[in-house]
Design a protein around this ligand. Structure first.
Ligand code: AMP
Length: 595
């Protein structure tokens, strides 16, 4: 049975979280392992099983090459944009023939969208297990600073997972929604969101159910994982200094160091100093080697000083874009696990001159905000109006390699703008339109997010054809482009070919694969259940024979022995149905005898 419920999913770099509105209040749904957040980790185990979440994270140590984490860093990105980040992870990140980043596991290449879809499926399953019915609708969140391609890629991940993505909202805006629920204040708030892989800063005006984003900025290459990388580097260097052994190429050791580094970082948010110990990290001619060192807050701050400093400029820019000074901000909200670090909070204090707040749990607040938006869409929460903005300027390349902006950054969405273009040479019947994103006047300094060809233009001298190109930015922050030849009135629907997105054919194939994997997974689960049932029935029957066999008539004993034999035969097959039938029959025989 499918329900009209809408879930909110925070698809995080490190952890994901799912929430829903119940009786008008947001509720974080715990997963099957009991966690309120789920590690965004997908593992392909040697036994062919696919693990997502806690179990995947737990087995990472022994299966580092086939355990994919931080996939959000690669979603909607070209390989050349992320190749330096690929060095931070033990699995293989490659370039496909179109230059897109793909992730390799178990000898197969996966688009980051496919990996994200597996995490989304786990979150959806979490909600379905809780409610006992099918849930197909969701609101997803993305970093505010995600560009068009990354947003589209996240939406595609939802589609592959069989989820109808009703809306995509920005993580800091979601946090503000969660924070502002039920409050009727009129305030300007800044949301400082430093998660596992991205940094966002949003300045909002909140009043009477209206959440208006005034400006947003950030860095989609900055997060807790970068902090971990610095500590990992330091540990490896220290160990080499102490023992002369270089652990860089040892993937298993790397994985253990990564875990120890993150743990040390988290410990140092509450203590001054922490030991970093990993027994039996490697073996040399001198025997087993143990890693033993100590890290203190001051050293950690030195290691990540420039990373924290990188949050300053986006904050200043966002304030400037919002036309506000630090003292105009009434409250600063901290979101994202990395904001627990004291030095990060100190930076927030320095920039805004105010004590930051963490009114709501920073790990759950984004999913809660997404659930609230879902509740608004499902009619379960009083109307709240969300006015978000676009994070980057969008334009097209024009003559001389220049960029003509059509929609400026921090424009409220949805929005649309159109501009008339013409041909640059005589007699052209087609023009190539390049869609750019970025703040530079030079096209080459901006990011090419897509291009399309307008064909069928009536041939005319240069500058005569009048082609109206319209940019339409929807509430999800996703760009749609249309073009009209004003001379002929002919309109062309254009599908932007993004340089790092998926084609319709690829999406269809991935949807099929996901469905197949999900039914394969279901079949495997059924087989395992049947096997367990059969083994239990055999155990019970044997126990009966051992303890009460003498008091049974020959006929009954024979019946039981025969049923045990058929169940054992069924168990040798992979036929879940036959195994279950044999197990049920054995249980029935045993029950009759008991009576
Ligand atoms: P999020 O994406 O919000 O789940 O943030 C995850 C990031 O927060 C990871 O890089 C974590 O290592 C980091 N994190 C979680 N708890 C702490 C803590 N107590 N101190 C410092 N960083 C933390």
């Amino acid at each position: 049975m499918s329900s009209g419920k809408v879930i909110g999913i925070d698809l995080g770099t490190t952890n994901s979280c799912v929430a829903i509105i119940e009786n008008g209040q947001p509720l974080v749904i715990p997963n099957s392992e009991g966690g309120r957040t789920t590690p965004s980790v997908v593992a392909f185990a040697a036994d062919g099983e696919l693990y997502v979440g806690e179990v995947a994270k737990r087995q990472a140590l022994t299966n580092p090459r086939n355990t994919i984490y931080a996939s959000k860093r690669f979603i909607g990105r070209r390989y050349d944009e992320v190749c330096h980040e690929a060095e931070l992870v033990p699995f293989s990140v490659k370039e496909d023939r179109l230059g897109r980043a793909v992730l390799e596991a178990e000898g197969r290449d996966f688009a980051p969208q496919e990996i994200a879809s597996m995490i989304l499926q786990k979150m959806r399953q979490t909600a379905e297990d809780y409610y006992g019915c099918e849930i197909t609708k969701a609101v997803l969140t993305v970093p505010a600073y995600f560009n068009d391609t990354q947003r589209q890629a996240t939406k595609d991940a939802g589609r592959i997972a069989g989820i109808e993505v009703l809306r995509i909202i920005n993580e800091p805006t979601a946090a503000a929604l969660a924070y502002g629920l039920g409050k009727k204040q009129d305030a300007r708030i800044a949301v400082f969101d430093l998660g596992g892989g991205t940094f966002d800063i949003s300045i909002l005006h909140v009043g009477e159910g209206v959440f208006e984003v005034l400006a947003t900025n950030g860095d989609s290459h900055l997060g807790g994982e970068d902090f971990d990388a610095r500590i990992i580097h330091w540990i490896i260097q220290e160990f080499q200094r102490q023992t002369g052994v270089d652990l860089r190429e040892d993937r298993m050791a790397f994985q253990r160091i990564k875990e120890a580094a993150e743990k040390a970082k988290c410990d140092l948010s509450t203590s001054q100093q922490t030991p970093v110990t990993i027994p039996f990290i490697t073996v040399t001619a001198d025997g087993p080697q143990h890693l033993q060192m100590s890290l203190n807050q001051a050293r950690l701050e030195q290691l990540v000083d420039d990373l924290i400093e990188r949050t300053r400029r986006p904050c200043e820019q966002a304030l400037e874009d919002a036309g506000l000074r630090p003292q105009d901000i009434d409250e600063v909200l901290l979101v994202g696990g990395q904001t627990r670090m004291l030095a990060v909070q100190e930076m927030v204090r320095k920039v805004f001159g105010a004590e930051p707040k963490r009114g709501v749990n920073p790990d759950e607040v984004v999913a809660i905000g997404a659930a609230i938006q879902g509740g608004v869409m499902a009619g379960e929460v009083d109307r709240m109006v969300l006015l978000d903005v676009i994070p980057h300027t969008l334009g097209v390349e024009t003559d001389g390699g220049l960029c003509t902006p059509l929609i400026k950054r921090n424009t409220t969405i949805p929005t649309s703008r159109s501009e008339i273009f013409s041909t640059a040479a005589d007699g052209l019947s087609a023009v190539d339109v390049k869609v750019l994103q970025g703040e530079s006047k030079l096209a080459s300094d901006n990011k090419l997010i897509g291009h399309f060809q307008l064909t069928g233009i009536r041939k005319a001298p240069r500058g005569v054809p009048q082609i109206e190109v319209a940019f339409d930015m929807d509430t999800n922050g996703i760009l749609n482009v249309s073009a009209k030849d004003l001379n002929t009135g002919k309109e062309q629907a254009i599908r932007i070919e993004t340089t790092s997105g998926l084609s319709e054919d690829e999406l269809l194939r991935m949807e099929d694969d996901a469905q197949q994997a999900s039914s394969d997974g279901l079949a495997r689960k059924r087989l395992m259940e049947s096997r367990n049932r059969a083994e239990r029935a055999i155990f019970d029957a044997r126990k009966l024979l051992d303890f009460s066999g003498n008091s049974l008539s020959d006929e009954y004993r024979e019946k039981i022995v025969r049923a045990v034999g058929s169940t054992e035969t069924a168990l040798r097959s992979d036929d879940a149905f036959a195994i279950r039938e044999a197990a049920d029959e054995l249980a029935e025989v045993r029950k009759n005898i008991g009576q």
